[in-house]
Write a protein that binds this ligand. Structure first.
Ligand code: ADP
Ligand code: MG
Length: 254
């Protein structure tokens, strides 16, 4: 018997309140949401609807005021700060709107950072960082610094860094918020390719054409899930390198 795989994200009745002086503001008012391994989900909704709050709870950067969160079958609602930090490092990769690269380090060193924290030996770390930079199409820029590359390239480095710990889940809050349309497409193409290779992706966006890259759109409004729509399966044709990696059997076939 194959045991059913638990959802990667399983939120049940999650509420989040913020106290502002005497006033208590409810940013999330009872959110239940399951996201399964291999999905690519866009969280969409107007400004102030609770998207970032939801993402921070999913990302173990914040905790619910009430309700429960199971991450890959494990109840993470009651973890201590240290346990949450550990789970975050082991299970999650983050991509932010503002890239957050270290300006004085090379791209290679930037990608190495999480592996340094994780205690990966220097040589292995370097090899893996190079592989990851190749994966995002920037192997030839490994020795450059963030100031020498474009915004789209910076976000690709940030994605490589997010993948360094082989996370179960990739979280991106407005990853194209600082990018122009063409560059946004380049970055979303990369997310779509990673998704096609099996990575689970949750992204926050308020732009419909960015949301269209996801196969499922969860609409948030006033701290509640207003709609949860599976769009027609979105499978943009992967670029040749990825297509070759995905269909090893086609080489053997006559
Ligand atoms: P979105 O990302 O959809 O724009 P947020 O999750 O950032 O929305 O915010 C939802 C609501 O919660 C907003 O009204 C915001 O002002 C409020 N909020 C978010 N974080 C805090 C906080 N740390 N303290 C007080 N209110 C907050
Ligand atoms: Mg936000």
């Amino acid at each position: 018997m194959v045991r059913p795989v638990p959802p990667v994200v399983d939120l049940l009745g999650v509420r989040k309140t913020y106290a502002q002086g005497d006033v208590v503001f409810e940013a999330l008012s009872g959110v239940s949401l399951q996201i399964h391994q291999g999905e690519m989900v866009a969280l969409m909704g107007p400004s102030g609807s609770g998207k970032t709050t939801l993402m921070q709870i999913i990302g173990l950067l914040d905790r619910p005021s009430s309700g429960t969160y199971h991450l890959a079958g494990r109840d993470v609602t009651t973890l201590t700060e240290n346990e949450r930090a550990e789970a975050r490092n082991r299970e999650l990769g983050f991509v932010f709107q503002a890239f957050h690269l270290l300006p004085r380090q090379t791209l290679l060193e930037n990608v190495e950072v999480p592996m340094t924290y994780a205690g990966v030996p220097p040589r292995e770390r370097r090899e893996r960082a190079l592989e990851l930079l190749a994966e995002v199409g920037l192997a030839d820029k490994a020795g450059n610094r963030p100031t020498q590359i474009s915004g789209g390239q910076k976000q690709r480095v940030a994605i490589a860094r997010a993948l360094a710990g082989r996370p179960r889940l990739l979280l991106a809050d407005e990853p194209t918020g600082n990018l122009d349309t063409r560059t946004s497409e380049e970055v979303m193409g990369l997310f779509a390719r990673l998704h096609a290779q099996g990575t689970t992706v949750i992204l926050v966006t308020h732009e419909a054409d960015i949301g269209a890259y996801a196969e499922r759109v969860v609409r948030v409004r006033d701290g509640l899930i207003e709609r949860d729509e599976r769009q027609r399966p979105h499978r943009p044709p992967p670029p040749p390198a990825a297509a070759a990696a995905e269909t090893p059997s086609s080489e053997a076939a006559p």
